[in-house]
Design a protein around this ligand. Structure first.
Ligand code: ADP
Length: 219
């Protein structure tokens, strides 16, 4: 895996867990928080920890953020600070910005000012848990928009040892297979002749209605 440079702004429970996990996975992680205790507490578990108001443009400029691949803005409850910090990291040239939203309107604003992806952790987790409860075959469910989602499913028995052509999931369900995961290997452009084997995980994209039909079918 390529080592990347991440900056995580805000050390609430969510930000702390993102920062520590990225660092454990071997990345360079700079964290910023206004609270000195939060910065002290994490200082041995990340590359650099800085106490700073992330809405202070001149202070933020001293950090050379244009060299960072990803900024994760996890200030959630202080919406004004979250919006300002997101805007500033965008202006300072961070390539990819993920921001934590507090509610749908906050998420909309974050997208408008340049966040590449907005996470609503409790809402997203609620959706995933519900889909997993409906069918234990459904491993993950990610809403891309109100109309489209990505689903990750354990290949059901009836699909095993059949090629994608034989299964014809596109004509039956209107979904597209994005990837086939096989024992640690990911085939990201599966072809019609690729065969679904026992233990495979299928990653599919489709409209919410089409994916709902599929879920009912495999439940
Ligand atoms: P969570 O819901 O994940 O606990 P919070 O919204 O409560 O997240 O806050 C996360 C962190 O963001 C807190 O540790 C807080 O100190 C920090 N924070 C809030 N505003 C700023 C700011 N302007 N600059 C830097 N850090 C901030």
């Amino acid at each position: 895996m390529n080592k990347k440079q991440y900056v995580v702004i805000g050390l609430g429970r969510f930000g702390k867990s993102v920062a520590e996990t990225l660092y454990d996975l071997g990345n360079d992680v700079l964290v910023i928080d206004a609270n000195e205790d939060a910065v002290q507490e994490i200082s041995n578990s990340v590359t650099h920890a800085v106490q700073m108001d992330a809405t202070d443009e001149s202070a933020l400029r001293t950090l050379g953020l244009s060299n960072f691949d990803v900024a994760v803005v996890t200030i959630g409850s202080n919406i004004q600070a979250s919006v300002m910090a997101t805007l500033l990291v965008k202006e300072l040239g961070v390539k990819y910005i993920i921001a934590k939203g507090h509610n749908d309107l906050h998420a909309k604003v974050l997208y408008k000012i340049g966040a590449n992806r907005v996470i609503l952790p409790e809402k997203d987790m609620g959706i995933r848990v519900a889909h997993n409860l409906v069918s234990s075959n459904i491993l993950d469910y990610i809403e891309l928009s109100s109309n489209y989602s990505i689903i990750e499913i354990d290949a059901p028995d009836m699909w095993q040892n059949k090629s994608l052509k034989e299964l014809s999931l596109r004509s039956k369900f209107g979904i597209n297979i994005m990837a086939l995961k096989k024992e640690g290997d990911v085939n990201v452009s599966p072809q019609a002749n690729d065969v679904v084997e026992p233990g495979d995980i299928i990653v599919a994209i489709g409209s919410t209605d089409e994916l709902n039909n599929l879920e009912t079918f495999i439940a």
